[in-house]
Design a protein around this ligand. Structure first.
Ligand SMILES: [Fe+2]
Ligand SMILES: [Fe+2]
Length: 171
């Protein structure tokens, strides 16, 4: 059984993951409108991955005998100044999510909820990857510094990101 506090915190994380998806989908739409189709692809895949994260929390809560309550998803921004601004916002958002995951782990440890702690370790590792991939794109954008040729080449590279794996069904 999940404690009330843990249950509420995990439930809130479903919302945070859906918001992440919404944010990246909004960024993808913005890039698509600018004909940066590679950036749009990368962000669309990122948005899809966040949906998988949300469902992992959903499945886990149900598996532990908890009820899932879905709240409203906040509207994300719809415009950014530049691809650089998008990836600065992406990295900042992933750092915020890492902080949320760490706080969930802190709570699981405080409550000696080993099952939730074990479940959350997947997210601890995932956040290392999430921050690193946002940081990598950000560094490349700083390197090309808005030069159209560099941005065009980077856009082609971003087009290569493969689709996210379909979410696994709860066991
Ligand atoms: Fe996530
Ligand atoms: Fe993420």
């Amino acid at each position: 059984m999940l404690s009330t506090k843990m249950h509420e915190a995990l439930n809130a994380q479903i919302n945070a993951e859906y918001y992440s998806s919404y944010l990246y989908l909004s960024m993808a739409a913005h890039c698509q409108a600018l004909n940066l189709t590679g950036f749009a692809n990368w962000l669309r895949v990122q948005a899809d991955e966040e949906l998988i994260h949300a469902l992992k929390f959903y499945d886990f809560i149900l598996e532990r005998g908890g009820r899932v309550t879905l709240g409203p998803i906040e509207a994300p921004a719809s415009e950014w100044e530049s691809p650089l601004a998008i990836f600065e916002a992406t990295l900042a958002h992933e750092q915020y999510v890492t902080d949320r995951i760490n706080k969930l782990v802190d709570l699981a440890i405080a409550e000696s909820d080993h099952a939730t702690n074990s479940f959350l370790q997947w997210f601890v590792n995932e956040q290392v990857e999430e921050e690193a991939s946002a940081e990598a794109v950000l560094q490349k954008l700083k390197l090309v510094a808005g030069a159209p040729g560099g941005l065009f080449m980077l856009d082609q590279e971003m087009a290569q990101r493969p689709a996210a794996a379909a979410p696994a069904k709860a066991t």
